[in-house]
Design a protein around this ligand. Structure first.
Ligand code: MN
Ligand code: MN
Length: 415
């Protein structure tokens, strides 16, 4: 933990539109001793099957990120104050050789993560997810994957090519870098080549929450189902911006009607607070098809939420309880804080209600920790002062999420 992170440029002194853009106006990686979290661009789009142009996304997303501010009300967090977050620039990859590009991305991700830095990557097309998954798996073992996308991206080949933006998750399963007990697509929709696409996807281990499922079941139930499937596993989140409806993200390579709203996507992400997120990407922004920065603004906010989630850390990290979902779900007494001065940093990791208590300077003893999605009914209860943090036992799934879990399981066709 860096106790004095260098934050973004002060936009009350230097106008937001002045100077070169880094993500959220944060320092460059070479301007800080080290980073807890780095945002890195991969300007690569040689793996696309339809519209090209995602190579221009890192620049566009940085420009659109100038308006991001340091406090995140939805998660009650100041991500840049408790963690050193920096912009690591772009990984320079060969646009003429996909194999070489994939190797270069994996190597660069290894180097960036060498001293524990966690990455939020701005693609690039979805091909980049494969080397990024390889890199996180080397550090954390096979990871759970939440894959937000209109498409499955588990096809086998295009024109005989194995490494494209439509195939990374099949390759990841074949290579054993992902945990096949905890793979989920969210937001899929649109026509497929055939029913067999779905059968093969299921055989690889993926569960599907379609775009229509999200609409019918709502955010909270969706979050409950996803959290249940992930448990305490190391989690990688991959977000193809085409998961959003073209109304919310027109600037992308393979748009499909009937997608999620940016509000739904951001709220689902906020519901992941406390999970063991180890890395994330936002891919497939194609600025040439964008209008008024709609897509780039959406991508910049999605990346901001991912940075914030990485900064909050995992419930296990807070409690010192290692292990999988079963351990995280088991009720356990929360440990005491070492000192009042540490309350804020600790609370920042676990969600809204503890942080609220720390801000208020109450209670006199140590606030207990209760990791959960900040928007859940349980949290609102705490905000109204009807609950007492000191009486709470540690559970990842609390309140409304638990009640919804049974019904939500059907999203995966599981018992
Ligand atoms: Mn897609
Ligand atoms: Mn994709």
């Amino acid at each position: 933990m860096n106790h004095h992170p260098r934050g973004p440029v002060d936009s009350s002194r230097i106008p937001r539109y002045a100077g070169p853009a880094t993500f959220a106006r944060l320092p460059r990686l070479d301007e800080v001793p080290r980073a807890d979290i780095a945002v890195v661009g991969i300007p690569f789009d040689s793996g696309v099957s339809y519209r090209p142009g995602a190579r221009f996304a890192p620049t566009a997303v940085r420009e659109a990120s100038r308006l991001l501010r340091p406090y995140h009300p939805g998660l009650d967090a100041e991500p840049f104050a408790v963690r050193q977050v920096a912009d690591a620039g772009d990984i320079a990859v060969n646009p003429f050789d996909i194999g070489e590009a994939i190797e270069a991305i994996e190597h660069a991700a290894d180097e960036l993560q060498a001293d524990g830095t966690r990455l939020v990557t701005i693609g690039g097309d979805h091909t980049v997810a494969l080397p990024l998954l390889r890199a996180v798996a080397k550090r954390h073992g096979p990871v759970a994957v939440l894959h937000f996308d209109a498409h499955l991206d588990t096809w086998d080949t295009y024109f005989g090519a194995e490494y494209t933006h439509g195939t990374p998750f099949r390759r990841a399963v074949e290579e054993g870098v992902v945990d096949t007990e905890a793979l989920s697509h969210v937001g899929t929709r649109g026509p497929l080549y055939g029913k067999r696409d779905l059968e093969e996807d299921r055989r690889l281990g993926f569960g599907i929450v379609t775009s229509a499922d999200v609409m019918r079941r709502g955010v909270d139930e969706t979050v409950g189902a996803l959290r249940d499937r992930i448990g305490g596993r190391p989690l990688y989140v991959s977000i193809d911006i085409d998961v959003l409806d073209p109304a919310h993200a027109p600037g992308t390579g393979t748009p499909e009607a009937g997608g999620m709203t940016s509000r739904e996507l951001l709220e689902i992400l906020r519901g992941l607070a406390g999970l063991n997120l180890v890395g994330a990407d936002v891919v497939e922004v194609a600025p040439a098809y964008d209008h008024a920065e709609i897509t780039a603004v959406a991508a910049s906010h999605v990346a901001y939420d991912l940075v914030t989630l990485l900064g909050l850390g995992a419930a296990e990290e807070v409690t010192g309880r290692a292990g999988a979902g079963a351990a995280a779900h088991a009720a356990a007494p929360a440990p005491a804080c070492a000192a009042a001065g540490e309350r804020r940093q600790t609370a920042m990791r676990v969600g809204c209600c503890v942080w609220k208590h720390a801000q208020d300077g109450s209670p006199s003893g140590c606030p207990r920790r209760t990791p959960h999605a900040s928007h859940t009914p349980a949290c609102r209860t705490f905000r109204k002062g009807r609950g007492r943090c000191s009486a709470v036992r540690f559970r990842v799934d609390v309140g409304g999420l638990q009640a919804l879990r049974g019904a939500a399981r059907t999203a995966f066709g599981a018992g």
